[in-house]
Design a protein around this ligand. Structure first.
Ligand code: ADP
Length: 400
């Protein structure tokens, strides 16, 4: 664009020179011609310098009718919120930005449009030494959302503000940190108890056979608790590691349920088990994981159900392509506010009760991951005082 204006200026100066020459030829007055030349050249230079004040960029140097739709169209094609800022005003905002900040942001001062102190401070520093460094914004959009804001300055001085939603990765990172802290705490508790009893046994208490037997029983129980926890942790990490590999063995659920109920026949509430098993097509599954799922869900119904009330296992087809498995108990039920969190690792409604019943707090988290790996659905419904029903819908294996 600069070279184009330069050529025009040069041409105008040539025309001015020709005009001065013509004036000399026609009037024969060198002084008048010199005046014509100087005035024409001055006029051309003033006009050219006026043009030189126009922005240098090809986009903004063009008439706004041509440039704005072009940049607005480009940013509209991008899903994440994007704003174009010119002289601190929002010149363009894509749909993502309008949804996040409001339709009114166009033309607004960017500090008003984004309405976040850290963002405003960053945007008021166009000469930032590190313009690409992102800043993190909390409180933009909904209260829990976390955004990363990146600012890039274009050649013509306009700035592009890019907002990236980091809520998911922030939550995942927090969950990972919480998980490590919780797992360490859950392991440390039985370990501290183990060490305490072993220490006491090494001293005087070990001499008395009655005390020794009682302490050894506790030590054994705590060691078993640690073992269950470690086994559940290993299961969880195995299932997670395989989450993108859909299981494909043909699993006969009626047979598997039969095996699991036989394995549970030694438990105190075995007599309460009631099964209604329809003849269903085999599901595409991992038999070990599905057996673990059954143990966890039926085990919970037996643990948290009321003594002497039925624990009902129902298996039936769900259309042509799915199989529905429900396990119901008639226990105390679960208050509704806890239900969405039951599949979180280590989440328990009543920690003391769960621990006294040998729970690790990981059973339903494992169930959720197994159902997800099987491309199925999990639903937990409960009525306080009446009982709980856990439903799992799993896809049948396609015969190709
Ligand atoms: P836990 O090892 O503690 O049983 P789970 O992950 O299997 O852990 O279950 C999480 C929590 O959900 C339990 O601690 C318990 O409070 C609640 N829960 C699970 N199943 C039932 C049920 N059938 N009835 C009542 N509460 C249940």
């Amino acid at each position: 664009m600069h070279s184009f204006l330069g050529v025009r200026t040069a041409l105008a100066l040539v025309v001015a020179a020709i005009a001065a020459g013509a004036s000399l030829l026609l009037n024969g007055d060198a002084q008048a011609s010199l005046v014509v030349l100087v005035c024409a050249a001055a006029a051309v230079l003033i006009a050219a310098s006026g043009s030189d004040h126009a922005p240098a960029s090809p986009i903004s140097a063009m008439p706004s009718a041509d440039s704005e739709p072009a940049i607005a169209e480009v940013i509209e094609a991008i899903g994440e919120p994007l704003l174009v800022i010119a002289d601190s005003r929002v010149e363009a905002a894509n749909q993502g930005a309008r949804e996040l900040l409001g339709e009114h942001v166009l033309g607004e001062d960017v500090r008003v449009a984004i309405r976040h102190p850290a963002a405003a401070e960053r945007l008021m520093r166009p000469d930032d030494a590190n313009p690409g460094a992102p800043i993190h914004l909390v409180g933009l959009g909904t209260r829990d959302q976390r955004w990363e804001m990146r600012v890039r300055t274009l050649g013509d001085g306009r700035r592009v503000v890019h907002l990236i939603d980091r809520t998911g990765s922030y939550a995942a990172e927090r969950m990972r940190v919480d998980f490590v802290a919780n797992a360490s705490h859950e392991l440390r508790t039985p370990l501290a108890s183990l060490l305490g009893y072993v220490e006491t046994l090494r001293e005087d208490a070990g001499d008395d056979p009655g005390t020794r037997a009682r302490f050894l029983k506790i030590v054994f129980g705590e060691a078993q608790r640690m073992q269950r926890l470690i086994e559940d942790l290993i299961s969880l990490s195995r299932i997670e590691a395989e989450k993108y590999r859909a299981p494909d063995k043909a699993v006969n659920l009626p047979e598997l349920i039969g095996q699991v109920t036989t394995e549970l026949s030694g438990s105190p509430r075995a007599a309460d088990l009631v099964t209604h098993i329809a003849d269903v097509a085999p599901v595409a599954g991992d038999p070990t994981q599905l057996s673990q799922l059954l143990h966890n869900v039926i085990g919970n119904a037996m643990k948290y159900g009321r003594e002497g009330t039925p624990v009902t296992i129902l298996l039936q087809p769900e259309g042509e392509a799915m199989v529905r498995l429900t396990v119901s108990d008639e226990g105390e039920g679960i208050p509704p506010q806890h239900i969405p969190r039951l599949t979180e690792r280590f989440y328990r409604v009543d920690s003391g009760r769960s621990r006294s019943l040998g729970g690790t707090g990981l059973g339903l988290a494992i169930v959720k991951h197994i159902v997800e790996r099987h491309r199925g659905r999990l639903d937990i419904a409960s009525v306080v005082g009446k009982g709980t029903t856990v439903t799992m819908v799993l896809p049948v294996r396609r015969v190709s």
